[in-house]
Design a protein around this ligand. Structure first.
Ligand SMILES: Nc1ncnc2c1ncn2[C@@H]1O[C@H](COP(=O)(O)OP(=O)(O)OP(=O)(O)O)[C@@H](O)[C@H]1O
Ligand SMILES: [Mg+2]
Length: 481
C-alpha cells in the first residue's frame, strides 16, 4: 500500500513539475523574459571562452574601397538573423511593396556556421567579426568563402538580367561590340503552351546542366549546352528562349549574324560574352540559305562545337532557332553537334486549351468540342495567331472562341496539312499530333557522344531509341549533378 502511495506521489510531483515548467516557458516567451535569460546566459558563457576579433574596414590605407567590406555587408543584410536583432533599419526596395532590412551602425548580428557561433559588430565604417578561438582554425576560411559566394549570388540577383545585342564594328577596333538593355521579358515556362512533360524535361535538363560544373570538367568538356528550337513562325521559340533565361537567371546575348564581319569577328564577339549567358542565334536557316552573313559555315560549326568558346568564360547555353530543318546543311544537324532539338509545332487542341486558360481564363466551354473537331480534321494556326484572336476578344470568351473557329476554318486549313507532313524527331515520320497523342513539342537528344560517355560512366548497356536515350541521359545527369 505504501509503495502504491509513494508511486502515486511521485507521479503527481512529476506531473506538477512538468506543468510548472510549461507555465514558466509560456511566461518567459509571452513576456519576452526569455531574451533576457538568453542574453544573461550568453554573457556567462562568454566568460569561459577566449575570442578573436577580425576587423573588415570599409577603406584600405590607400583609401580604396575594400571589396570584402561590401561583400560582408551584402551577406549580413541577406541573413534572416537581422530580423531577430534588437533593432534594425527598414527601407523600401526596388520592387513595389518591397521592404528591405539594413544593418544599423553599432548593431550586433549573430550568425551560425558549421556549428560555430559568430557575431558581427557594425562599428564606424568597420565590420568586426568575433569568433571563438577554439572555432577559428576550423571555421574561419570556409566561412569567408561562404560569404563570398552568398554575396556574389545576391549581387547577381539584384543586378537584374540583361539583353545584349551586337552592333556593327564601324571603327574596326572590335571594342564595345555588345550593347545592353535591361532584359524585361516576362515569359516563363508557365506561360508557354507546351506539353507539360516536355516542359519538365527541359527544366530538369537546364537545372542539371547548371549544377554539373565538376562533371563537365572531369570529362574535359566545355561546360556548355546547346539547343535547337525549330518550328513555324509564331509557335513560341523566342518566348521559350526568354523563359529559359528567366528560369536560369542568365543574361541573353542575341547574336545578329548580319552584323558580324567574318569568322574572327564572331570569335571576338564570343570572347566578349560573360559567363552564365544564353548566346542566341535566331533564324539560322535563313542566314544560311540567304547567305546574308559574312560568317562561313565552318565558322558557325566551330562556334557550335565550343572550340571558340572554350577560351572564354564558361557556363553558357547556346540556342539556335530555325523555321525548318529541311534545307539546312546536314553538318549543322549531325548528331553530337547540338545537344537538344525541340520541335515547336502549330497549335493542337491541348495547346489551344492552355492558351484559352491563360488568355481567357477558360477551363472548359460549350464550344470546345467544336474546336477539337476542327483540330482533328487537320486545321491549325500558330499559338501566336490564336493568342492574338483571344486577346482581341478577351472581354467575351464566346466571341473569342468563335473568332478562333472561324480563323481555323478559313486560314487554318492548309496549315494543318503542312504541319502533318513535317518531320519531327529523327527516328520516325511524324503523325498528326492530336491523332497519336504525341506531345505538342518534340524533345530529341542527338548527342551520341555524350550518350556514350554517360553509358561508360554509369554502365548502362542497352542502346535505346533516340527518344529514350535522351530521357536516360537527363536522368543520369540529374543524379550526377
Ligand atoms: N506556345 C506558346 N505559348 C504561349 N504563347 C505563345 C506560344 N507561341 C507563341 N506564343 C505567343 O505568340 C507571340 C509570338 O511568339 P514567338 O515570338 O515566341 O514565336 P516564334 O516562334 O519565335 O516566331 P518567329 O519564328 O516568327 O520568330 C508571343 O507573344 C507569344 O506570347
Ligand atoms: Mg522568334
Amino acid at each position: 500500500m505504501t509503495i502504491l502511495y509513494n508511486l502515486f506521489f511521485l507521479l503527481l510531483s512529476l506531473l506538477l513539475t512538468c506543468i510548472l515548467l510549461f507555465l514558466l516557458r509560456v511566461v518567459l516567451i509571452k513576456t519576452g523574459l526569455i531574451y533576457i535569460v538568453k542574453k544573461k546566459w550568453r554573457s556567462i558563457e562568454d566568460c569561459f571562452h577566449v575570442y578573436q576579433f577580425f576587423k573588415v574596414p570599409e577603406f584600405n590605407e590607400g583609401m580604396q574601397r575594400n571589396q570584402l567590406h561590401h561583400k560582408v555587408l551584402v551577406y549580413l543584410n541577406s541573413l534572416t538573423f537581422i530580423e531577430d536583432s534588437d533593432f534594425t533599419n527598414l527601407f523600401t526596395g526596388k520592387k513595389p511593396n518591397e521592404i528591405v532590412l539594413h544593418l544599423d551602425p553599432n548593431q550586433i548580428i549573430e550568425d551560425d556556421f558549421l556549428g560555430a557561433k559568430i557575431s558581427w559588430i557594425n562599428q564606424d565604417k568597420t565590420l568586426v567579426l568575433k569568433i571563438r578561438k577554439a572555432d577559428k582554425r576550423r571555421v574561419l576560411r570556409p566561412y569567408l568563402q561562404h560569404i563570398h559566394s552568398v554575396s556574389d549570388e545576391f549581387d547577381e540577383k539584384k543586378r537584374g538580367l540583361k539583353l545584349y545585342v551586337n552592333v556593327v564594328d564601324h571603327q574596326g577596333d572590335r571594342k564595345e561590340r555588345w550593347r545592353s538593355v535591361p532584359f524585361t521579358h516576362t515569359s516563363s515556362f508557365e506561360t508557354i503552351a507546351m506539353e507539360s512533360d516536355l516542359k519538365n524535361k527541359v527544366k530538369s535538363d537546364l537545372y542539371s546542366f547548371a549544377k554539373a560544373k565538376q562533371y563537365y570538367h572531369r570529362l574535359g568538356r566545355v561546360w556548355k549546352r546547346s539547343y535547337l528550337l525549330y518550328g513555324p513562325s509564331g509557335t513560341g521559340k523566342s518566348s521559350f528562349i526568354a523563359a529559359m533565361a528567366n528560369f536560369l537567371s542568365y543574361d541573353v546575348y542575341d547574336l545578329d549574324l548580319s552584323k558580324v564581319s567574318d569568322n574572327s569577328d564572331l570569335k571576338f564577339l564570343l570572347l566578349q560574352t560573360t559567363t552564365k549567358a544564353l548566346v542566341v542565334i535566331e533564324d539560322l536557316d535563313r542566314y544560311l540559305s540567304e547567305k546574308s552573313t559574312a560568317v562561313s559555315l565552318p565558322g558557325i560549326l566551330s562556334f557550335m562545337d565550343g572550340i571558340l568558346s572554350s577560351s572564354c568564360g564558361e557556363e553558357r547555353i547556346m540556342v539556335f532557332t530555325m523555321n525548318s530543318k529541311d534545307h539546312v546543311d546536314p553538318a549543322i544537324l549531325r548528331p553530337g553537334r547540338i545537344d537538344v532539338h525541340i520541335h515547336f509545332p502549330l497549335c493542337n487542341f491541348t495547346a489551344f486549351k492552355t492558351l484559352a486558360n491563360s488568355y481567357l481564363g477558360l477551363k472548359d466551354h460549350k464550344l470546345f468540342p467544336q474546336v477539337e473537331e476542327i483540330f482533328q480534321n487537320g486545321a491549325s494556326l500558330s499559338p501566336a495567331e490564336i493568342g492574338e484572336l483571344m486577346i482581341a476578344n478577351r472581354n467575351s470568351p464566346s466571341r473569342a472562341l468563335k473568332a478562333v473557329i472561324n480563323a481555323l476554318q478559313t486560314d487554318g486549313d492548309g496549315r494543318g496539312a503542312l504541319n502533318l507532313g513535317r518531320g519531327s524527331c529523327e527516328n520516325g515520320s511524324r503523325k498528326p499530333v492530336e491523332e497519336i497523342g504525341e506531345p505538342s513539342g518534340i524533345f530529341c537528344k542527338e548527342g551520341a557522344n555524350a550518350v556514350k560517355e554517360f553509358k561508360k560512366l554509369y554502365g548502362f548497356l542497352r542502346v535505346k531509341s533516340c527518344r529514350k536515350s535522351q530521357s536516360f541521359d537527363l536522368n543520369s545527369r540529374q543524379n550526377e549533378g
